[in-house]
Design a protein around this ligand. Structure first.
Ligand code: NAP
Length: 288
């Protein structure tokens, strides 16, 4: 199966690498050309446009930053849709709102192609290790035929039904994750500010009901108050909070905690922490 891969950021680069290592023929495209060389070294071909990546492939995958970035590679004369033909597949793994996915589904179907939204849970390391959780929705036929590809990127795969359900599931997942991380940052700040040993706080947390891999990974970095490598850019987490709040408004569900946390993330963005890891929210909490 020939794969097109559009969007070679933190996640896309790692996911495309795994497809190449698994032996798929992969054609890549990215806005910035500096992302190509590691993938070309693994055997990737570079396309001249998202359209060209789609034209040459059976299935074209996109992993873009935001809904606007999805539109920029999907639409127009050089976009993915222009390169789709009957029977081909378009899999969008970006975290976006359901309306963006529903429009992608409509446009793909206009060309006689199939569409799947397939956002992921798991960050840089799970992307590298091919242990992502993949939440898919849309055309079941494309999900079934793409399984050999998806299985090379993720370890837990779920088909959730019609287009929109995977986007919504991903947003619900991320507001829980962000709430937990923000609470951890507040707990560490409170412990440090009241003369406690933050390493001991982490030990206490890890021995009880709230023990989890994210606290184990990020807790020591936050407690040390040092620079940490960006796994999940803070600007993308704020995008997810914004989309979750938008969805909540659509369905009439108040999100009291998420709304407050979103204000904190907006403050972090205004202080130029957007490209830092989302755990950099600890700096805002510490300094507020
Ligand atoms: P990233 O490193 O910022 O990469 C984003 C990609 O989008 C890059 O290929 C970038 O191109 C492209 N892009 C951004 N704006 C664009 C535009 N206007 N036109 C064309 N291309 C544009 O992001 P990431 O961490 O890989 O995340 C990708 C998606 O996965 C996001 O939706 C994110 O929310 C989601 N996600 C991320 C993680 C994580 O831990 N990182 C985990 C789960 C889900 P350039 O290289 O040219 O900038």
């Amino acid at each position: 199966m020939k794969i097109g891969f559009v969007g070679l950021g933190i996640m896309g680069s790692a996911m495309a690498s795994n497809l190449l290592k698994a032996g798929f023929k992969v054609t890549v495209w990215n806005r910035s050309a500096d992302k190509y060389s590691p993938l070309v070294a693994l055997g990737a071909t570079v396309a001249t446009s998202p359209r060209a990546a789609a034209e040459i492939s059976d299935v074209v995958i996109a992993m873009m930053a935001t809904p606007a970035a999805v539109l920029s590679v999907r639409d127009g004369a050089e976009g993915i849709i222009a390169g789709l033909s009957s029977g081909n597949g378009y899999v969008d793994m970006s975290t976006v709102d359901a309306d963006t996915s529903l429009e992608s589904y409509r446009l793909a179907h206009e060309k006689g192609a199939l569409f799947l939204e397939a956002p992921v849970a798991g960050s840089r390391k799970p992307a590298e290790d091919a242990t992502l959780t993949i939440m898919a929705a849309g055309d079941r036929e494309l999900y079934d035929s793409s399984l050999p590809v998806l299985e090379k990127m993720g370890k837990k795969l779920l088909f959730l039904g019609e287009t929109g359900k995977a986007s919504r599931m991903k947003l619900a997942n991320n507001l829980v994750m962000c709430g937990m991380l923000t609470a951890l940052c507040e707990g560490i700040s409170l412990a440090a500010g009241s003369g406690l040993d933050t390493a001991q706080l982490l030990e206490v947390l890890d021995s009880g009901a709230v023990a989890n891999p994210m606290f184990r990974l990020k807790g020591p970095q936050i407690a040390a108050n040092k620079e940490f490598p960006t796994a999940f850019p803070l600007k993308h987490m704020q995008k997810d909070l914004r989309l979750a709040l938008q969805l909540a408004e659509e369905v009439g569900q108040p999100l009291f905690v998420t709304a407050t946390i979103n204000e904190l993330y907006k403050k972090a963005l205004s202080e130029n922490h957007g490209d830092a890891d989302f755990a950099a929210i600890s700096r805002i909490i510490r300094n507020t």
